[in-house]
Design a protein around this ligand. Structure first.
Ligand code: MEZ
Length: 606
């Protein structure tokens, strides 16, 4: 019934749409004459593509495609045409039964063609990560073409710098390079920008910031370095860690100047003090950060190309890096000549086969990552002889919503939640590093635990509303009732929370005697909440070897001239275990260094 309603709503909109169309153009005539691909069979029977349906309702090709113009890989004219007729956000508004609509949430931008394809069958992009019980109209079998199959080199562009990847590190590098006068092209193989940064929740670590000072938090660069190295262990490169920590406060200031709100400072696991900066009210940092960086890219009119995958770095006959070869969704294979390249294409946690090749014990786990995180940037660097470090150091995050790919931010524990086993007892210091907490959850017979917290924690973090909207939260007025809702022995849960609260009120250091956790507040304000959680693959600590100037290095320590890298594409900082909040910190600081040094290289080289 719900589906019927949705389809009727769509048809209604299409009737409105027929008022939108224009006179037939030569493009229409050409397209009408062109052979159409046969409609594939889908689970809904013989399906009709979106374009055919529009056609049936009296629309012409030129209503969606700008006559005489080639399709750009970002499909910007087509997206504008959708919005022009439908207005943003009308079609999906009746979709899921929750408050979340596919057009809101963390995309922060309307990309109609992300899901709605014209001539191949539509596919919900969100279901790469979410399990939603809805289908979009005209869905079907995705028709992804393998770019490697498109052989001919079509054309060539020229610029100063190409940035590969449009997450936090890539967009930062692009902005920093452009601000020094370089011409920059950013390429992104996914249909939308943001990378894993778009999904990032807990915050950005920085020491000695104006926000910490305003909140009376005493921190230092030395403490941030020692916290990071303690978790990372001996394979970490202290020179890189020092740069990250030293520059972290300046990076916060730089982001603030662009318009990022980092005024809420929270504690994440393994940090000695509150150091994770995020928007006020504990909002997730990622969508906000990416929205501001996208805005800065737009203001600077940078050339940002989605649906464009880097396939090969190009050298001349002397071995000098001279650009790269890419494949665009429509433009197909072409070259971009450039003096410098910044690899900021992230890690490979979404490539579970690759993860399992290094870590067989992670077989069967899900990943928190966006689908594009497959390690291409690492392979590109390696193809020119770059060293790959610590590739088997792969972090699992202890708290994904059980049975989902949704990360429940560490900030929930940081603000006071406890983890209990299925007997209602605590079993670990919830603020220990991820390797420790994840191992403790996996050692439970069920391999899942319950995150339990109260209204004080919920109201301190706006992002908990998202978990509720996704159906992950159980809520009850008392701990007894909560226990019975989630199938725990009530007396045990009540007694666990009572002794935790007792430690908060009676211990002068507010530390619990069993696991030595510093307790931020008692769990005492109803209603009470629980989320069942389990570990999942989250972050690849390894990657390209770089120096403090973000130059990509060979195994002998020499730099590959003109090649820079930043963010999760690189290895060396996080060693065996990354602290929550350090990935955004690294991405911004090294993204900026990479962009600036690439720009300097362009003005001084050759
Ligand atoms: O840096 C991270 O991975 C992080 C802070 C994740 C989270 O739990 O929010």
């Amino acid at each position: 019934m719900a589906r019927l309603t949705r389809e009727l709503a769509l048809l209604g909109t299409l009737v409105v749409l027929s008022a939108c169309h224009s006179e037939p153009s030569s493009l229409d005539t050409q397209l009408a004459a062109a052979p159409r691909p046969a409609a594939p069979q889908t689970s809904r029977g013989s399906a009709q593509a979106l374009a055919d349906s529009h056609h049936d309702h009296g629309m012409l090709c030129a209503d969606c495609h700008v006559a005489g113009m080639e399709l750009d890989d970002g499909e910007s004219a087509e997206n504008s045409a959708c919005v022009g007729c439908h207005a943003a956000q009308t079609l999906g508004d009746d979709a899921p039964s929750t408050a979340v609509t596919p057009h809101d949430s963390h995309l922060g931008k309307v990309y109609c063609t992300l899901c709605h394809h014209g001539h191949t069958f539509s596919q919900s992009y969100c279901t790469n990560c979410h399990i939603f019980e809805f289908r979009i109209p005209f869905d079907g079998v995705p028709a992804f073409s393998d770019p490697a199959l498109q052989e001919s080199l079509h054309s060539e562009d020229t610029t100063d710098i190409v940035v590969v990847g449009s997450g936090g590190a890539g967009l930062t590098a692009a902005i920093a390079a452009a601000d020094l006068g370089a011409r920059v092209v950013v390429i992104e193989k996914q249909p939308l920008t943001g990378g894993n940064t778009l999904l990032s929740a807990g915050g950005m670590n920085a020491a000695n910031t104006k926000y910490q000072q305003a909140l009376g938090i005493e921190d230092s660069v030395a403490l941030m370095i020692s916290d990071t190295l303690r978790a990372a262990g001996p394979t970490s490169h202290p020179d890189l860690v020092e740069v990250m920590a030293n520059q972290s406060s300046a990076s916060v200031d730089w982001l603030t100047t662009l318009g990022v709100d980092l005024s809420d400072v929270g504690k994440l696991a393994g940090a000695s003090v509150k150091r994770a900066h995020r928007p006020k009210n504990g909002k997730a940092i990622g969508p906000h950060l990416i929205q501001v960086l996208r805005g800065a890219v737009e203001t600077r009119k940078l050339d940002l190309r989605v649906n464009t995958k880097a396939t090969r770095l190009l050298e001349d006959e002397t071995g000098r890096l001279v650009g790269l070869e890419v494949v665009g969704k429509h433009r197909q294979r072409y070259a971009i000549r450039a003096n410098a390249i910044v690899l900021a294409a992230g890690g490979f946690s979404a490539n579970i086969q690759r993860v399992v090749a290094y870590r067989g014990d992670y077989a069967g786990m899900t990943s928190t990552n966006q689908p594009g995180a497959t390690g291409d940037g690492m392979d590109l660097g390696a193809s020119l002889g770059a060293e790959l470090l610590d590739m088997d150091q792969i972090q699992i995050h202890p708290t994904l919503g059980a049975g989902t790919r949704i990360l429940i931010t560490e900030a929930v524990r940081g603000n006071g939640a406890v983890l209990v086993n299925h007997e209602g007892q605590r079993f670990v210091n919830e603020m220990a590093t991820r390797a420790i907490v994840a191992a403790a959850v996996l050692a439970l017979p069920e391999r899942t635990a319950l995150l339990v917290f109260d209204e004080a924690v919920r109201s301190s973090l706006d992002q908990v509303a998202g978990y509720a909207a996704l159906g992950l939260l159980t809520r009850a007025d008392t701990l007894d009732k909560l226990a019975s809702e989630i199938g725990l022995p009530a007396a045990a849960l009540v007694s666990t929370v009572a002794s935790y609260n007792d430690a908060y009120t009676s211990d002068p250091n507010r530390e619990d005697p069993n696991y030595h956790r510093a307790i931020p507040q008692a769990i005492a304000t109803p209603p009470f909440y629980a989320i069942e959680v389990t570990p999942g693959v989250h972050y690849t600590m390894g990657g390209l070897s770089i120096d403090v100037g973000a130059r990509v290095l060979r195994p002998d320590g020499s730099a590959i001239l003109g090649l820079y890298a930043a963010g999760e594409n690189t290895g060396g900082i996080h060693g065996a275990d990354r602290l929550g909040g350090n990935s955004i910190s690294e991405a911004i600081t090294f993204g900026k260094i990479a962009g600036e040094n690439a720009a300097h290289w362009c003005t001084t080289a050759h």
